[in-house]
Design a protein around this ligand. Sequence first.
Ligand code: FE2
Length: 285
Amino acid sequence: MTGETHLSGEEQVIHAAERHLSSGSVTHDGYAALLEQYRKLARQTEKLVRISDRQQEQLNRVNEELAEKNSILADREAHLVKLVDEKTQKIERITIALVNALEDANLLNDADTGNHIKRVSKYSAVIARAYGCAPEYVRKIELYASLHDIGKVGIPDEILKKRGSFEDDEFERMKQHVLIGFRMLDSEDLDAMAKNIVRYHHEKWDGTGYIEGLAGETIPLEARIVALADVYDALTSRRAYKPAYCEKETEDIIRAGAGKHFDPAIVDVFFTRIESIIAIRDEYT
Ligand SMILES: [Fe+2]
């Protein structure tokens, strides 16, 4: 590294020119021309620096304007999110009111099912929570599980309220309640969970259920959960055609049904919450 490295541009030019001058390789005129050339370059550099400063100022102004516009957009977005939230909540309130109205219609049709509907909804929520479902899912399953047998409004009383077991043709007719209910709810505006519960809550894990004969995880999760909640409640309740089973008998039947009637993973989580389930049963019986 030479001493010239620490010299300014002008000093380097002068220094180089003086060396050439003293060595005789450049004339005084050449020296003056070199200096003039340097000054010209210096003026151009200054001009470029001024242009660059102006461009930087313009860039700063553009950035400030962009920041301001982003802030306005963020405010508008927050406003829109608030509006959507309010609308969503309103739709949810309307949905809940309609579900409650349908539930009431179901109660009028079959007085025995009143607490059954409440218990199945609450059992389903407990199972879904224990299974690790998101709070929104748990909230929805509690709401829509109450509709699982809504299609029974389309089943004649002589079958629906029959004491004793069904004849084959009566059972075939009874099975139709899932399709009747599904058709009642078959609107693209209605949450798919409600339709899945109504249509598939009598499917069985091993594929021997109705109405499609679906098996395993092809049965929507919500329908698998409600299936277990529904059967547990049916077993522990007195019906026109049977007495209530005790807790022990019921639990044995549920355990034996794991992997056959029920999703075994759901049976497992169900038993981790059996105390909550029994507490609900006691409260709503
Ligand atoms: Fe049903």
